[in-house]
Each structure stands twice: as structure tokens, then as C-alpha cells.
Design a binder for this molecule. Structure first.
Ligand code: ADP
Ligand code: MG
Length: 247
């Protein structure tokens, strides 16, 4: 249901050179796929294309077997977690997590049940009546993840969700995200990071994108494979250098 396919995907902003070029990719149902690459290589753009926050300039996007190019974001069964948590400051944790469900006009009892279930999974049960400013950075990020979970999307999209956290919280939240993925059996995950360690520890497969400075290939895929494939069999120097392969 929730596989993602990109065919000959190109994306340019205005008249500038394409930021994404020639991307052909299939992300399987229940796969944990990491988009990895240096800053500016187009990871967020690709994620935003899948989310429906940007349109492709050419090529096709499918989620499941449905072509999504012109389908509005709200109808794509995707949920996105950003690096800045983007919580509503004046709302409680409960209200933040239930916001999307309230908009979708779900019955109150069902909303409550869904939020409580997500709060249990994320260990936020004690914090439901607090405001974001009364939470730590790690707790805020868990609320942002909770807000995505309650909608039970087919696809979770994470854009550098750990980059605002300190080292301890970063590893805790990373473990949490891996655990969530195992629990939500139907969902696929696309996870953006520039951090090799995060990619190596979380990914079923890594999609490594070329660096922005490499203007000839910038925005295209350098290599796709499991962490071990990229590590032991890098296709070229760029991949070896970025992954830190032994040479
Ligand atoms: P990453 O997430 O890998 O750091 P981005 O996808 O954010 O990369 O950006 C890729 C390139 O596209 C960068 O050169 C960036 O400046 C450019 N870019 C991103 N968003 C926009 C936009 N809305 N308008 C114009 N250029 C953009
Ligand atoms: Mg980015």
C-alpha cells in the first residue's frame, strides 16, 4: 500500500539548475529508507516532493499504485516530522497531537483514544496537559512525532528530526524512532539526514545523493544500497569518502 516510486524525477526551483535530477527510486512497503548527503544536495526537496509540499518539474511520483503528482498533500496519507518541531505554542500537548484529527472531524472519543495510544507509545501520558514551553527539547520532538503517529499514515517522512537535540537525547530518540517503525508494521519511513552514523544505524537502505558542489551530477543519486553495501562496496570515491569506507 505505502510503497513510494519516483520515475525520472526532476525538480528545479524557477529557472535555476535542477536541484533533483534523474531520480529513479522504489521504496518498499515497511522499508526504512534514509536519504543521505551533504547540506544542499536536495534531500529536503525530495522529501517535500513526496509530501506534496513541492511539485516535480517533470517525472512521476507514485504512492502505492496511485500516481500522486497532482494529489494535494492532505490526501496522500503521509505525515512529516520536521527538525524544528513546529508545535502550536498556545495549545497543550493533547491539543497539538489531536489537531489534525480535529480538523478531519473525527468523533471526540476516537480522537481521545488515538492520542492516548500515541502518548503511551511515546511516554507522553503524564505531559498531555502541558504547553510546549514547559517541555524539554526531546519531549517536544516526541510530541511532533506523536502528532504524526495519531494519523496512522502509510508513510512517515522525517527531515533531520534529531538535529536540534543534544547527543544523549539524539541517541535515545533515534532508538525510539527505530522502535516505532517496528511497531507500525504497514508504514514506510523516509528519513533525511546528513549524518552517516544515523543513516548507518537506522536504514534498511540508504539513498546517497551527490554533493551540491559536484555540479555535473548534483541532485542525482550517487548510490543506493544497504548500509553494508555502501560501506564495503562504494561505487566511487565520493561514496567511499562520505560513508567513511576503509580503503
Ligand atoms: P538539503 O535538504 O539536502 O540540505 P535542500 O533540498 O534544502 O537540500 O536544497 C537543495 C538546493 O535547493 C539548495 O541549493 C537550496 O538552496 C535550493 N532550494 C531549496 N529550497 C528552495 C526554494 N524554495 N527556492 C529556491 N531554491 C531552493
Ligand atoms: Mg534539508
Amino acid at each position: 500500500m505505502a510503497s513510494i516510486t519516483l520515475r525520472a524525477a526532476q525538480k528545479a526551483y524557477g529557472d535555476a539548475l535542477p536541484v533533483i535530477r534523474d531520480v529513479d527510486l522504489n521504496i518498499g512497503e515497511h522499508e526504512f529508507c534514509v536519504f543521505l548527503g551533504p547540506s544542499g544536495c536536495g534531500k529536503s526537496t525530495l522529501l517535500r516532493v513526496i509530501a506534496g509540499l513541492e511539485d516535480l518539474s517533470s517525472g512521476d511520483l507514485y504512492i502505492g499504485d496511485k500516481r500522486m503528482n497532482e494529489v494535494p498533500s492532505a490526501q496522500r496519507s503521509v505525515a512529516m516530522v520536521f527538525q524544528s518541531y513546529a508545535l502550536f505554542p498556545h495549545m497543550t500537548v493533547f491539543e497539538n497531537m489531536s489537531f489534525g484529527l480535529t480538523l478531519a472531524k473525527l468523533p471526540k472519543a476516537e480522537i481521545e483514544q488515538k492520542v492516548k495510544e500515541a502518548a503511551r507509545v511515546l511516554q507522553l501520558e503524564e505531559l498531555l496537559q502541558r504547553k510546549p514551553k514547559e517541555l524539554s527539547g526531546g519531549q517536544r520532538q516526541r510530541v511532533a512525532i506523536g502528532r504524526a503517529i495519531v494519523r496512522r499514515p502509510g508513510v512517515f517522512l522525517f527531515d533531520e528530526p534529531l538535529s536540534n537535540l543534544d547527543a544523549t537525547l539524539r541517541s535515545q530518540t533515534r532508538i525510539e524512532i527505530a522502535r516505532l517503525h517496528r511497531q507500525f508494521e504497514q508504514a514506510s519511513v523516509v528519513y533525511v539526514t546528513h549524518d552517516q552514523v544515523e543513516a548507518m544505524t537506522l536504514a534498511d537502505r540508504i539513498v546517497l545523493l551527490h554533493a551540491g558542489a559536484d555540479t555535473a551530477r548534483f541532485g542525482s543519486i550517487a548510490q543506493v544500497g544497504t548500509p553494508m553495501e555502501l560501506y564495503h562496496h562504494p561505487r566511487n570515491r565520493f561514496v567511499a569518502g562520505f560513508i567513511g569506507s576503509p580503503r
